[in-house]
Design a protein around this ligand. Structure first.
Ligand code: NAI
Length: 245
C-alpha cells in the first residue's frame, strides 16, 4: 500500500465503530485524519488514538448545514485541502411502519441523508478547484434490498445511493470521484442490541457464516480513497459476506 504522504481525510462518525476503523486504516498509511463526531471529547480521544501525526477531532452535528460548513472550514484551515470525505455518520430509529413516529423518520433522514448532502456540499468547491477528491458514502445493503422494520433507515440509505451516483456524474469532469460502500451486518454498537437468537439467524443468512468486522469495511474505504481507485466512480460496492448477490 502506497504511503499517502500528507493527504487529508475527513471521517464523520469517526469516534467509534466503522468510522473509527476507517480513520485507523487511513492513518496507518500516512493520511492525516479529521475525526468528526457528535461529542467533542470522544472525537478528540479517537483522533489521539490514531497512529501517526497531525490528526484532529472536532464536534459537529452533520444534520446541521451551518455546523457542517463551519467544520469543513475549520479542518481546511488546520490541515489544508481535504482530499477525501467519508460520510459514515448514521443512526437507526427502528420500528414497524405503523408505529414509526414522524420524528423517527425525520431524524434518520436528517442525519443519514441530509448529513451526507451537507458535508458533500461543504467540501465540493475546494475539491473542484483542486480538480481531485474522493467522496465515500457508507450506505447499507438495507438500502438495496429493504428491511422490514427499517423503512426510515432503508429510505435514507437508498437515498444515499442516488446522491452518490448523481454527485459522481456531476463532479467526474472535475476530477472528483464519489462511491458508496454497502456493509452487511457488522459487529458494532449499532448492532450490539441484537439478541443472540437474531445474531444466529443472521449468521445463517450470510454465506461467509459470520458478521463482519469494522476492519472489513475500512479496507475497501481505504482503497476507494486512494489513487489505485482513480478509475472507479459512481459505484455501490457491498461488503456483506455474500448476503446480497
Ligand atoms: P455506530 O453507532 O457505532 O457509530 C455511528 C457514529 O456516527 C458514531 O460515532 C456517532 O456519534 C456518529 N453520529 C451519529 N449521528 C451523528 C450526527 N448527527 N453528526 C455527527 N456524527 C453522528 O455505527 P456503525 O455501526 O459504526 O455504523 C457506521 C455507519 O455504517 C452508519 O452510517 C451505519 O448506518 C452504517 N452501517 C452499519 C452497519 C452495521 O451493521 N453496523 C451495516 C450497514 C451500514
Amino acid at each position: 500500500m502506497d504511503e499517502q504522504g500528507s493527504s487529508v481525510a475527513l471521517v464523520t462518525g469517526g469516534s467509534r465503530g466503522i468510522g473509527l476503523a476507517v480513520a485507523h486504516a487511513l492513518a496507518e498509511v500516512g493520511w492525516r485524519v479529521a475525526v468528526i463526531g457528535r461529542d467533542h471529547a470522544r472525537a478528540v480521544d479517537a483522533a489521539q488514538s490514531l497512529p501517526g501525526e497531525g490528526h484532529i477531532g472536532l464536534a459537529c452535528d452533520v444534520a446541521d448545514a451551518g455546523q457542517a460548513a463551519a467544520t469543513v472550514a475549520a479542518v481546511e484551515s488546520e490541515l489544508g485541502q481535504i482530499d477525501v470525505l467519508v460520510n459514515n455518520a448514521g443512526i437507526t430509529r427502528d420500528n414497524i411502519l405503523l408505529r414509526l413516529k414522524d420524528e423517527d423518520w425525520d431524524e434518520v433522514i436528517a442525519t443519514n441523508l441530509k448529513g451526507a448532502f451537507n458535508m458533500t456540499k461543504a467540501v465540493t468547491r475546494s475539491m473542484m478547484k483542486a480538480r481531485s477528491g474522493s467522496i465515500i458514502n457508507i450506505t447499507s445493503v438495507v438500502g438495496i434490498i429493504g428491511n422490514a422494520g427499517q423503512a426510515n433507515y432503508a429510505a435514507s440509505k437508498a437515498g444515499l445511493i442516488g446522491l452518490t451516483k448523481s454527485v459522481a456524474k456531476e463532479l467526474a469532469s472535475r476530477g472528483v470521484r464519489c462511491n458508496a460502500v454497502a456493509p452487511g451486518f457488522i459487529s458494532t454498537d449499532m448492532t450490539a442490541e441484537l439478541g443472540a437468537d437474531a445474531v444466529e439467524r443472521l449468521q445463517s443468512a450470510i454465506p461467509l457464516g459470520r458478521l463482519g468486522e469494522p476492519a472489513d469495511i475500512a479496507g475497501l474505504v481505504r482503497f476507494l480513497a486512494g489513487d489505485e481507485a482513480r478509475y472507479i466512480t459512481g459505484q455501490v460496492i457491498a461488503v456483506d459476506g455474500g448476503m446480497v448477490m
